[in-house]
Design a protein around this ligand. Structure first.
Ligand SMILES: NC(=O)c1ccc[n+]([C@@H]2O[C@H](COP(=O)([O-])OP(=O)(O)OC[C@H]3O[C@@H](n4cnc5c(N)ncnc54)[C@H](O)[C@@H]3O)[C@@H](O)[C@H]2O)c1
Length: 386
């Protein structure tokens, strides 16, 4: 008999839907999971949106007030998929109420917010997961395994890039993402957070960094009503963009490796161009999210003119076998969230962490704070040792 685990989702925009679908699918892919998530309730402030989500996805109840969830004994685990400014308040309240939390990146507006949620989770003894989905891609796990096994020799340098056009349109609405008070940082929290987690996941802790940031679209139109995702709002009254569109950052890893992380949300012609290149003394590995199930690998002892092969990930890589029976049957973005859900629920069932947790969020947030500080004072910043 598999125990049921009551789930609540708070904030039903893009990520609310993706988390909900991940809970619905997780046992299809991981039938041995000793917990059965049950969609109990959904909270959403836009009138009608929670009811519509309940109707479509099968939550038992819907509410406009997330605070009701802290007191709801049916709920044992919560997805926090509301905008960044709510992560801290909701995360701390849910942990204090004894609920396990799966919170979207970047976990609040700053490193201090991420630490507050991490402290509340640790104090309450509940489990956590953080939405660093790209590290769940089987190809990324396979790259990490190659690096850890020394197949590339010693890692020398790394490039991580996250270019997107989601904010490139001049009519892109001035949503919470562009405000300090509700979004915090801009592309730092939105995309560089993923890049920082990937860099740490592959190469280890970042010791110091030097960053430069820029705003390229300084004004946007205020939306007339509720938004979700990356809405357009032509004709609205213009308002200022308060956070950065672009970051370029030099990294020094604790291992001595060097790196470059570049992220931009206004890159015309770049649709989710996310990826990395990791170079070592004997080889290299390349990954591009748009070809998520492939790795390009160069290894051997030739050094110069050493060939690069394309490897299609397969059932031996990461959690690929839970989705497809053979290499080159493609997995997609939503599958990464199913893996995240699996690791979150498994950590609840077994009482130990699997996948990215709030500890990873705190480390990534510390690097993002350091990038902001470095850009502000135009110099290198050391990160606290872990
Ligand atoms: N892991 C990823 O790849 C990824 C991708 C996109 C967004 N995110 C993160 O997910 C979070 C949400 O992003 P999104 O793209 O889904 O945003 P979104 O704007 O599409 O959705 C946010 C939802 O929260 C709702 N909301 C706002 N205030 C609320 C409140 N007080 N109570 C309940 N609901 C409230 C909004 O009405 C909206 O429906 C952000 O923290 C973002 O950084 C992660």
């Amino acid at each position: 008999m598999v125990d049921a685990l009551g789930i609540a989702v708070i904030g039903f925009g893009w990520m609310g839907r993706v988390h909900t679908q991940a809970y619905s699918r997780v046992r299809h892919h991981f039938p041995r999971l000793p917990l059965r998530p049950e969609l109990v309730t959904v909270a959403e402030e836009v009138p009608g949106r929670a009811e519509e989500a309940a109707e479509r996805y099968g939550f038992t109840t819907a509410t406009r007030d997330w605070r009701e969830i802290a007191a709801d004994p049916r709920v044992r685990a919560v997805s926090i998929t509301a905008p960044n400014f709510l992560h801290r308040e909701i995360g701390v309240a849910m942990a204090e109420a004894g609920k396990h939390v799966w919170v979207e990146k970047p976990v609040g507006l700053s490193g201090e917010d991420a630490r507050a949620v991490a402290d509340a989770v640790a104090k309450a003894g509940v489990r956590s997961a953080v939405g660093f989905n790209y590290r769940c891609a089987p190809a990324v796990e396979s790259a990490r395994d190659l690096i850890a096994a020394g197949e590339l020799g010693a890692v020398t340098h790394v490039r991580v890039r996250l270019f997107s056009d989601y904010a490139a349109h001049p009519d892109g609405a001035l949503t919470w993402r562009y405000e300090r008070a509700r979004g915090g940082s801009g592309v730092l929290g939105d995309l560089a957070s993923h890049g920082t987690d990937l860099a740490r996941f592959l190469v280890g802790d970042i010791a110091s960094l030097a960053a430069d940031t820029a705003v390229f679209v300084p004004e946007r139109a205020r939306p007339a009503g509720a938004t979700a995702g990356h809405a357009l709002a032509s004709g609205g009254a213009p308002g200022p963009v308060e956070n950065e569109d672009y970051v370029n950052c030099l990294l020094r890893f604790a291992s001595g490796a060097r790196g470059v992380l570049e992220a931009c949300r206004v890159s015309v012609g770049e649709q989710n161009n996310y990826g990395f290149e990791v170079h070592g003394t004997r080889g290299a590995v390349f990954w591009n999210f748009r070809r998520m199930n492939e790795l390009r690998v160069s290894r051997g002892t030739t050094y110069q003119d050493q060939p690069v092969s394309t490897v299609y990930v397969g059932p031996g890589d990461g959690e690929f076998a839970a989705f497809q029976p053979g290499a080159a049957n493609a997995m997609g973005y939503d599958d990464l969230k199913v893996i995240e859900a699996y690791r979150f629920l498994r950590s609840i069932a077994e009482g130990e962490p699997y996948g990215a947790t709030l500890t990873d969020a705190v480390r990534a947030a510390a690097a993002l704070d350091a990038m902001a500080e470095s850009a502000e004072r135009r110099g290198w910043v050391d990160l606290p040792a872990t």
